[in-house]
Write a protein that binds this ligand. Structure first.
Ligand SMILES: Nc1ncnc2c1ncn2[C@@H]1O[C@H](COP(=O)(O)OP(=O)(O)OP(=O)(O)O)[C@@H](O)[C@H]1O
Length: 400
């Protein structure tokens, strides 16, 4: 027994992630079966078609139930208990063995709770501080097509706010779909916090990526803001007793806590997007991706959402990616990725990117308004640069 390797929190976390994934598969198989049965009742399909989904559901359930049984936690507790029973209080290592027993007891309790909660609450394995590492990513939609993403390599550290810009067709959306695992790269590899993304773990890793899309109206399911934020949590089988607190906290982060009982469709565009952000935040993603999230909003809505993005950035709790056509937004970012014809042609701070305005113009990108004003002032000998917004620029001018 002396070389027995006791389990630790990371083993319990791995078990949570695995069980939650099996539970997702089971839920998906259940949904597909319901659809197949409804098609059968409308006489759109034959019985064989339904049977196929019945089998898939049965298999998913079998895998889930097998996944629930993990003898390691019981064996771990049994070993720790045995060790303790063989050790007298006078022995030097008594306290270590007692602590091992206490830990094993906690892990066993955690295992039982995990089964009850269907694996909810697992956290992404943080192997290193690099939120995203793309290694020579290439992607083409069809064999005889050019690469839509062509050899992109980049390393983004945790807590950064990264703006991805580029003219239409430059590969931004394709790249974002690769990051979120909707498209599989034709070549290259991806690491998320040190976890190499594979077919086997992509569904698990995707749970730690939150996405806010362009059209706020396409993102609502619930009849109130509260229901809407709850939807994702219900899918993850979060215990109802825990839900309220999570919903309120998420709503507070986007200043929507007073709208929880409002109907989502009656909100302004900016408010809708803030609810969409809250729904994503409720699921505690490590990486939050904004996919043109401000492009359909009026100026007030745009500014509300951008303000929330800056507040999120300032907490440094999440890594943020924003795919955007709004060149003014890049001033808020820590790093800017400039895409052109599928390639990452520039990567740096907003100041570095804006230092070569002619290059940006050559690939049909607008220059942020503030930077244009700064450029005009520089041309008449007034040295101002690096302002994040108009207020900052005005302040700098007043100090000259
Ligand atoms: N489903 C698809 N099938 C085939 N080609 C596609 C598909 N989607 C995008 N493409 C092509 O891939 C290239 C990159 O497109 P992508 O949509 O990623 O660019 P983008 O920078 O996001 O553009 P936009 O700003 O217009 O959304 C373009 O040449 C585009 O025509």
């Amino acid at each position: 027994m002396s070389d027995y390797k006791f389990l630790n929190d990371s083993d319990l976390n791995d078990f949570k992630l695995k069980l939650n994934d099996l539970n997702d598969n089971l839920t998906r198989a259940g949904k597909k079966l319901v659809i197949a049965k409804s098609k059968f009742s409308k006489r759109e399909v034959e019985k064989d078609f339904v049977n196929e989904y019945v089998n898939q559901y049965k298999n998913a359930k079998k895998r889930y139930l097998e996944g629930c049984k993990d003898e390691r936690f019981y064996d771990n507790l049994k070993t720790a208990k045995l060790n303790l029973s063989k050790t007298s209080k006078q022995e030097e290592n008594y306290n270590t063995i007692l602590n091992q027993y206490k830990k094993a007891k906690l892990l066993y309790k955690g295992y039982k709770e995990t089964v009850k909660e269907r694996g909810f609450g697992g956290e992404l394995n943080i192997i290193n501080n690099t939120a995203l590492k793309l290694n020579d990513i290439k992607f083409k939609y069809r064999e005889n097509h050019p690469f839509a993403v062509d050899g992109v390599s980049v390393k983004i550290e945790h807590g950064n706010y990264v703006a991805i810009i580029g003219h239409n067709g430059s590969g931004k959306s394709t790249l974002s779909k690769i990051i979120i695992g909707v498209l599989e790269p034709t070549q290259g590899s991806i690491e998320v916090y040190g976890n190499k993304v594979t077919k086997g773990n992509i569904n698990i890793i995707r749970k730690f990526l939150g996405i806010v899309f362009q059209n706020p109206d396409n993102q609502f399911i619930g009849s109130t803001v509260r229901d809407d934020i709850a939807f994702g949590l219900e899918n993850r089988r979060v215990a109802p007793s825990k839900m309220n607190e999570i919903i309120i906290n998420a709503a507070k982060k986007v200043n929507m806590e007073n709208f929880l009982d409002h109907e989502p469709l009656m909100l302004s565009g900016g408010q809708k997007q803030r609810v969409a952000i809250a729904s994503a935040l409720a699921l505690s993603p490590n990486i939050l991706i904004f996919d043109e999230a401000t492009s359909m909003l009026d100026p007030k809505g745009k500014s509300e959402v951008k303000q929330i993005m800056v507040e999120l950035k300032n907490t440094r709790e999440k890594t943020i990616f924003s795919i955007t056509h709004d060149m003014d937004e890049i001033l808020n970012a820590d790093k800017v990725m400039v895409m052109n014809k599928g390639k990452l042609v520039r990567f740096g701070s907003p100041k570095e990117i804006l230092s070569d305005k002619n290059f940006l113009r050559s690939i049909h990108l607008d220059i942020p308004f503030v930077a244009q004003v700064e450029e005009a002032l520089q041309n008449v000998g007034i040295e101002v640069s690096g302002s994040e917004n108009l207020d900052e620029l005005v302040e700098k001018i007043c100090q000259i």
